[in-house]
Design a protein around this ligand. Sequence first.
Ligand SMILES: Cc1ncc(COP(=O)(O)O)c(C=O)c1O
Length: 379
Amino acid sequence: MKAQLEPFHAIAISKQAHALKAEGRSIIHMEFGQPSTGAPKTAIAKAHAVLDAEAMGYWESAPLKERLAQFYQERYGVRVDASQFILTCGASPALVLALSSTFSPGDRIAMARPGYVAYRNTLKALHMEPVEIACGAEVGFQLTAAALAAVEPAPQGVIIASPANPTGTLIKADELQAIVTVCRQRGIRIISDEIYHGLSYVEPAQTILAYEPQAQVVSSFSKYFSMAGWRLGWLLAPPEHVERAQAYCGNLFLTAPSLSQHAGLAAFDALDELDGHLQVYRENRRLLLAALPELGLTTVAPPDGAFYIYASIAHLTDDSLAFCQRLLQDTGIASAPGIDFDPVDGKYFIRFSFAVSTAEIEEAIRRMKPWFAAQPRKV
Ligand SMILES: Cc1ncc(COP(=O)(O)O)c(C=O)c1O
């Protein structure tokens, strides 16, 4: 049977936002999780330089894999070998590789609900079964060891994300350790989506490999490195799984773009510039969190990382898509409806991305205050 996949509703909101912009309206784009900053200067300079000098054939950059291995040592104190990296066109294909090379059709894979929409849909496309575990504000919308232990029968795999999309929340170190213990006891294989690493406001996120060397990590240059459109990411697999995953990569995707691999390596020379973006997000987060009570949005889990606020609008609506459309129409603020992340309770939630400028955040708050105050409460 063909898998039926839901579209990203935030794309429809974004299209509507661009149409309004074309009519001359002032729009603040808070619907997508992508930095507005562009690639670091070193990456752009490198791309210009190699464009005239290289043939850009199929290529896997050995220096980039070496640099990634060094990065894991520097950032996490974790030793991995360069040969464990498979370079991909972003975390999305890395997730397809990890899932398809590890699990079989029909396998059950657990994840938090709310969660990144593509987990559910990628699993469906691969004829695997998403096992969504309801995780409320009281657990920071995050998976817990207890919740995973309670899934019967034990799933074959679990996808964890810390910090997560749409909430930005982290799984604390002791909980992560407990999750690993449950997974070992129950034979559950772990895929850790670490795409928001580098973007933390409370404590740095630790890689799952510090707890479980057998886990697989997917990540990319799309968020911290501010290079979403360059389509570059990686799968970091345990040594004994690399050959198999590499064979899947060769057949399904071949290689990542050569130009982006050159630029990605150069991005490592701009870590100060990238950490500067984090300071902007930190201020945006502070401003938004301070303003939320005035908007009447009190059910939130403050984001430990990433650049999202996921807030309940249950007192105002049970149709988050229509709500986001109205917010956009009336104020020019584009946001993402909760239904993109949670097919059950998402109708009561809205996600704002604060990966924009601080001036835009200030303006968004200024527009939203009177708008939210004027919204009738549900009866
Ligand atoms: C949690 C999460 N994982 C993976 C991705 C895919 O990222 P990319 O394919 O650009 O690396 C995204 C994109 O927003 C995301 O939020």
